[in-house]
Design a protein around this ligand. Structure first.
Ligand SMILES: Cc1cc2nc3c(=O)[nH]c(=O)nc-3n(C[C@H](O)[C@H](O)[C@H](O)COP(=O)(O)OP(=O)(O)OC[C@H]3O[C@@H](n4cnc5c(N)ncnc54)[C@H](O)[C@@H]3O)c2cc1C
Length: 261
């Protein structure tokens, strides 16, 4: 590992002032530290944001649940507020990695990293989330821009993620047996005026599967998906699953999610 400067900050202003094109924020460190150790990434400055109090915690209102960016997966999984307002979101957090990862990894780190197989990006799309940063609000459909890419600017810090509470929702995934990342994961959410079907693991970036969402908007039942065809064009193909297999899984897991709503 190359040498770097370690900064531990207590407020957002200080953290963003220290940020540069050769820095990274340190939240759970579950991605940043292994990447540095393996020589895949190197930074001049590591800015530890774990001690910034305002970035952690969960608040629920009648319409939304807001989760601070350094809130750990285990905290979301065990939160009474999340379990009551959006049980599918607590279940998603419970299915991430293993206990060590859930007790270090954070929601902000997960969505900033935007791994193509990560679980939380699908929750953001399905639950019409708003990402609050230190200087603006970004809707989830404009946040995830490509493989490991987001619309965050250099040094921009995620403060919280606000999820809209749906009428019904469920997340189903086929986990990689080693890491638990999604080989394919489908998050179905029925809101008052629309249905979202967010898919992770299948393509380079999370996306809303409009063909399934449109069928469910007309008739929210798994049988309404029988005639829907999912193309394998642009789907990932690797040692775990071919593109065709992933395309089939998108529909199978969407049906499972609808049935479990
Ligand atoms: C063995 C293993 C298994 C895993 N399994 C799963 C799984 O099943 N599903 C899944 O979804 N994930 C999985 N993960 C990912 C993990 O859950 C973490 O969410 C992820 O590694 C990043 O979160 P972190 O808090 O550790 O971020 P860090 O590693 O600290 O940071 C990652 C990146 O995000 C940036 N960042 C962090 N916080 C912020 C912020 N507030 N604002 C702006 N940028 C920020 C950093 O600059 C850095 O570039 C797994 C990881 C491991 C190591």
């Amino acid at each position: 590992m190359k040498t770097f400067n370690y900064h531990s900050t207590k407020d957002v202003k200080e953290a963003t002032k220290l940020a540069s094109s050769s820095s990274a924020f340190l939240a759970g460190g579950m991605t940043t530290l292994p990447s540095m150790k393996l020589g895949l990434a190197s930074y001049k400055d590591i800015i530890d944001i774990k001690r910034i109090k305002k970035l952690s915690g969960i608040k629920a209102s009648g319409k939304s649940v807001t989760i601070g960016s350094t809130t750990k997966h285990a905290e979301v999984a065990n939160s009474k507020e999340v379990k009551k307002a959006i049980p599918s979101l607590a279940a998603l957090a419970e299915g991430i990695g293993d206990p060590q990862v859930r007790n270090r990894g954070t929601i902000g780190g997960s969505i900033a990293n935007n791994d193509p197989s990560a679980d939380y990006p699908s929750a953001c799309i399905a639950l019409n989330a708003t990402i609050h940063t230190n200087n603006r609000k970004i809707s989830a459909d404009k946040f995830f821009t490509g493989m490991f890419e987001t619309s965050l600017k250099k040094g921009e810090l995620i403060e919280a993620i606000e999820f809209q509470i749906p009428e019904k929702s469920c997340y189903q995934k086929y986990p990689n047996p080693a890491s638990r990342y999604a080989i394919v994961g489908v998050y179905v959410a029925k809101h008052k005026s629309d249905v979202n079907v967010a898919v992770t693991g299948a393509k380079a970036c999370v996306y809303n599967e409009k063909s399934i969402a449109s069928a469910l908007s007309k008739n929210f039942s798994s049988s309404s998906l029988d005639s829907v065809k999912i193309s394998s064009s642009g789907m990932n193909s690797d040692i775990h699953a071919s593109a065709d297999y992933r395309a089939n899984m998108v529909k199978v897991f969407a049906k499972k999610a609808v049935d479990a709503c």
